[in-house]
Design a protein around this ligand. Structure first.
Ligand code: AMP
Ligand code: ZN
Ligand code: FE
Ligand code: FE
Length: 287
């Protein structure tokens, strides 16, 4: 059998750990995936690959296949666009320079948001640091966790709908590249770019942007995701069938940070094999 078929399903290709805004270690995330019956799982922390080694070791010890991944931040006008990057070379200099830049912008932005929130609430930068693991990619979820720890909101969801909302007084945007550049960087690092949750409340990306992303090497869409809406899913399924694109389904597990559970959406074996076949940046880690 060729290498690319050594994995077994079910496969969940979108999970987060404390290396970004999940609430569990990379090893615990793989254990959670295993408990939910998955045989193949990817770790896709925001803008970092620092959890790969721990996740791979844990996955393999549980008899699972590990797919290295990342969720790269991008931005189009006012909306954030998340590009899942599978099997990239983690040392690719251009992609690394970009993730370094995004991560430092995220840190500065979190500090500014903390300052603004601190004018109205009893919240200090130390409270956010206390919720963030060393070296993790910082995001609004860490500020949310600090607000929860201080008893200022009940959970992350409440923080996001109120204090952390982009429409509120405390929000600060982060630096993120144009989605076309994000796709180019992932392809340049030998990876396979897939748009995460592409049919959420903000609606599908404008067709001309989608076309430019496809021309840059976009491989497909995360069609199975709890935030995707039915009308957008139908359109994406049609486009994907017409152009023979890859479609995935995944949980976007964040530990206790979101209700999403491992395996609530999965990716077919054929699609996982296509992702592995297409990648040149790194390889899955097999048990
Ligand atoms: P940021 O990139 O720092 O602006 O934060 C966005 C992150 O927050 C994404 O990874 C989402 O998974 C997470 N997020 C967005 N909305 C919510 C919510 N209502 N509850 C929990 N997490 C959320
Ligand atoms: Zn997240
Ligand atoms: Fe996302
Ligand atoms: Fe995610």
């Amino acid at each position: 059998m060729p290498d690319t078929r050594r994995f077994e399903g079910p496969s969940d290709l979108h999970l987060h750990s404390i290396h970004s805004d999940g609430t569990e270690s990379a090893a615990h995330v793989m254990a959670a995936a295993h408990r939910h019956g998955l045989r193949t799982a990817a770790l896709t922390d925001h803008d970092t690959t620092s959890g790969w080694a721990d996740a791979a070791e844990a996955a393999v010890s549980l008899g699972m296949t590990f797919i290295p991944g990342m969720e790269l931040s991008a931005k189009y006008e006012w909306r954030s666009v998340h590009v899942l990057a599978y099997l990239i070379d983690p040392d690719d200099p251009r992609l690394r320079a970009m993730t370094d830049r995004i991560r430092s912008s995220r840190l500065e932005r979190a500090r500014t948001m903390a300052d603004r929130i601190g004018r109205d609430y009893d919240l200090h930068w130390d409270d956010i640091v206390a919720q963030t693991s060393d070296g993790a990619t910082v995001g609004r979820p860490h500020i949310a966790d600090a607000l929860v720890a201080k008893g200022l909101v009940a959970d992350r969801a409440e923080a996001f709908s109120d204090i952390l909302s982009p429409r509120g007084d405390y929000y600060v945007a982060l630096y993120a590249p144009d989605p076309v550049l994000a796709v180019q960087l992932v392809v340049g690092a030998g990876g396979v770019p897939i748009i995460a949750h592409p049919a959420g409340r903000a609606g599908l990306l404008p067709t001309p942007l989608m076309e430019r992303m496809l021309a840059a090497g976009l491989a497909g869409f995360e069609v199975g995701h709890r935030e995707n809406l039915e009308a957008g899913i139908r359109t994406l399924r049609r486009i994907s069938a017409e152009r023979d694109l890859i479609i995935t389904g995944s949980s976007d597990y964040h530990g206790l940070g979101k209700p999403n559970q491992p395996g609530e959406h999965t990716t077919s074996d054929d699609m996982v094999a296509r992702i592995i076949d297409r990648a040149t940046g790194s390889t899955p880690v097999y048990p």
